[in-house]
Design a protein. Structure first.
Length: 128
């Protein structure tokens, strides 16, 4: 895959993750009826769910900003891992949090060559 294609693909995937998780975070922060019902189904108060929304939006911002993208990837991965565990504990589908986590990592590996270097120990990454 050419460098320009990788760059576009990485940013498109990152943008999708940013839009979806950003909307989810804003929903939690403003306390919409749907968000409050979901939080209540997990046994969380409105205040706690709002804090989770703030953590989520902070992680998304770090993920989208190139200088802090790797840190954002790690925070999103942790956040979504907690979502997966919560869904499992409450016998709910884990499809969405798993899909978001997979797409976030795919985008991160495409956007950040240093991750590819660490994951696959590929010495040719820095070369054109």
């Amino acid at each position: 895959m050419k460098a320009k294609t990788k760059n576009i693909t990485g940013w498109v995937l990152s943008g999708l993750i940013g839009l979806m998780l950003g909307a989810s975070a804003i929903d939690k922060i403003i306390g919409s009826e749907h968000a409050l019902q979901t939080g209540a189904s997990f046994g969380l108060s409105a205040g706690t769910y709002s804090v989770l929304g703030m953590i989520e939006i902070f992680s998304v911002i770090l993920f989208l900003y190139p200088r802090t993208g790797i840190l954002g990837t790690l925070l999103l991965s942790s956040y979504l891992g907690g979502a997966i565990a919560t869904h499992l504990q409450h016998h709910q589908s884990i499809l969405f949090p798993m899909a978001f986590e997979a797409v976030a990592w795919i985008a991160a590996v495409i956007r950040f060559p240093e991750l590819r270097l660490r994951i696959w120990n590929d010495k040719s990454i820095g070369q054109v």
